[in-house]
Design a protein around this ligand. Structure first.
Ligand SMILES: Cc1cc2nc3c(=O)[nH]c(=O)nc-3n(C[C@H](O)[C@H](O)[C@H](O)COP(=O)(O)OP(=O)(O)OC[C@H]3O[C@@H](n4cnc5c(N)ncnc54)[C@H](O)[C@@H]3O)c2cc1C
Length: 537
């Protein structure tokens, strides 16, 4: 990299820094935190008035607090929690139990719990064979998770390292499972009952334009098992106060270390001098200078808008355009006067059917059919949904006696084959509620407030191109050395001094923190700083 020197006479009415981070998503805040911890003077510029990006909790209606986008947590790196002292700044996570309640249309249900014995009893309701299979299934994932673990805390591995990690007995088969199989193919190797395969298949399609029988969806499932909460591998949890508490804790650590965070500051352009990124210009015309610029925005927004195609190698720009980053996720936020009354487990008093995840996907074919609609440009007529009622186990997020409910729904395409999102948002929302009502008939009458956010809304609010929840799908052909594009999987870009630190970089999306952390360590190495300094205090 060229000498990190910004000419003194280059205008900088906004100020001069060691590093500028564009975007205060959790990854941007993490990168800023690590750089500040290493003694760097850091500025974070965020276009919204609040920090967090897709990791925010907002008051949608007076007294109702909902996490606008991400709503539950599994992947957040323990290293980040420790290094950036997040607990001291209010971060508090608890696994929910049961992990999943899955109602079926015949009035039966399946529940998966933190306690493996309880889960096995539930599986036994449907198949004794599957009780035994469950252990073998988890042993397979444990092996793959173990192989992948060391590859997550640094730039994407090359072939030699992958070959080494996937050596030994079952190595090739594990690699094939991880990168080539569909989630259904994997599940069918182990289980016979539909009631087990159906809920386990949903993790394979989160955030991707694919159905459960699409090759590569096993990787997506793996990605959602990476973390652990409360010592339970693969378990998910609620963050006290909502997911925005993570962003607030990160901002708290950063500010204590001198990070300046300017909200309401959208970057229009990365400014490049003699081929090196030396600062940014905001949409309101202010200029800021730094030795390095880190972008937390998605790859397409970063390169095609803030850098500009004309300043990039042609082949690189073409690869960026090819990234699959169109979303098909709908988020529905509800304010409820009473809890959903499930036919499969009746009652509107808080019960186990309300305290964890509620999976609406009674069969693998239900999910595949939902995708069939979407791939033709239509919203799913019977969508899959993953629902959470955080207020069932936490006070202070809704008015007394009321509940919030967060629905993560697939699928509805960014580009609709018929009509527009503005014209169809209400109809799409109604289909989702009608589907939920098949399982909890009181739901329509319980709704006091409702907000439907489709992919274009997510794009508008969070600034993610295409509204893709992971800044680009996390299918295997967009992971490893291919993330964000082939040849640039180490956070560096064709523009010296410009780095990518968001979910579009390896090892990908979710509230994870690995791209932000890894990128900061690479920046520090390029600046000649001792990464060891990070562990100093
Ligand atoms: C609906 C939805 C549900 C999800 N559910 C979950 C979940 O439950 N659990 C989970 O782990 N993950 C979930 N995810 C995924 C996860 O939230 C994201 O992958 C992750 O938060 C991305 O983090 P990031 O910091 O890389 O980027 P982002 O959170 O996208 O942050 C990027 C930031 O950059 C800012 N920005 C962009 N351009 C500019 C500019 N020009 N100038 C200044 N600022 C700019 C944006 O405003 C934004 O704040 C969900 C995502 C969505 C959208």
């Amino acid at each position: 990299m060229a000498e990190p020197i910004v000419p003194k006479d280059w205008p900088a009415d906004g100020g001069r820094y060691d590093a500028i981070v564009v975007g205060a998503g959790h990854n941007g805040l993490i990168a800023a935190g690590y750089l500040a911890k290493a003694g760097k003077k850091v500025l974070v510029l965020e276009r919204r008035e609040i920090v967090g990006g897709a990791t925010v909790t907002e008051e949608f209606w007076p007294g109702w607090m909902l996490s606008t986008c991400s709503y539950v947590c599994n992947l957040l790196l323990p290293e980040v929690v420790e290094d950036l002292e997040l607990r001291r700044f209010g971060y508090d996570i608890r696994p929910f139990d049961p992990q999943y309640f899955v109602p079926f249309l015949d009035g039966s249900h399946f529940m998966s719990s933190l306690d493996g014995r309880k889960t096995r009893q539930q599986i036994a309701k449907f198949s004794q064979h599957d009780v035994v299979a469950y252990d073998a299934y988890w042993a397979m994932w444990d092996r793959i998770l173990e192989r992948m673990k060391p590859l997550l805390l640094k730039p994407a591995p090359g072939w030699a390292e992958i070959e080494e990690r996937f050596g030994g007995a079952q190595g090739l088969e594990d690699w094939r499972t991880l990168t080539m199989k569909s989630i259904v193919e994997v599940l069918e190797e182990y289980f016979e009952s539909e009631q087990i395969k159906a809920p386990l298949s949903t993790g394979g399609v989160i955030g991707v334009n694919a159905g459960p029988r699409t090759p590569g969806t096993a990787y997506v499932k793996y990605h959602h098992l990476i973390g652990s909460v409360g010592g339970h591998q693969g378990a998910w949890g609620y963050v006290r106060g909502g997911m925005g508490s993570i962003a607030n804790a990160l901002a708290g650590f950063g500010r204590e270390r001198g990070v300046e965070i300017a909200t309401g500051s959208e970057v229009a352009e990365v400014e490049i001098l003699d081929g090196v990124a030396r600062g940014v210009r905001t949409v309101d015309g202010r200029t800021y200078r730094a030795d390095v610029v880190l972008s937390n925005a998605d790859p397409q927004r970063t390169f095609l808008r803030m850098v500009g195609e004309g300043r990039l190698p042609e082949a690189f720009a073409a690869s960026v355009k090819r990234i699959r980053a169109k979303g098909s996720v709908v988020k529905v936020l509800l304010g409820l006067g009473e809890l959903p009354d499930f036919t499969a487990m009746p009652g509107t008093a808080v019960g186990p059917q309300h305290t964890g995840g509620i999976v609406i996907n009674p069969s693998v074919d239900w999910l595949e059919t939902a995708w069939d609609d979407c791939k033709r440009g239509h919203p799913s007529r019977r969508p899959f949904m993953d629902c959470y009622i955080q207020t069932a186990t936490e006070e202070g997020l809704a008015p007394a006696g009321k509940h919030t409910m967060s629905l993560y729904v697939q699928y509805a395409p960014y580009d609709l084959a018929e009509g527009t999102w503005d014209g169809r948002r209400d109809e799409i929302g109604k289909t989702i509620i009608d589907t939920l009502a098949l399982f909890a008939p009181n739901i329509s009458g319980a709704i006091e407030h409702m907000e439907v956010l489709g992919p274009p809304d997510i794009e508008r609010i969070v600034g993610i191109t295409g509204g893709n929840i992971f800044h680009g799908e996390i299918m295997p052909d967009q992971m490893f050395q291919f993330r964000p594009v082939p040849g640039f999987a180490d956070y560096r870009t064709p523009v010296d001094g410009l780095y990518l630190c968001g979910a579009g970089a390896w090892p990908g999306g979710a509230v994870f923190g690995a791209p932000g952390r890894n990128c900061a360590l690479e920046v520090l190495a390029d600046l000649g700083s001792e990464a060891g300094a990070l562990a100093a205090d």
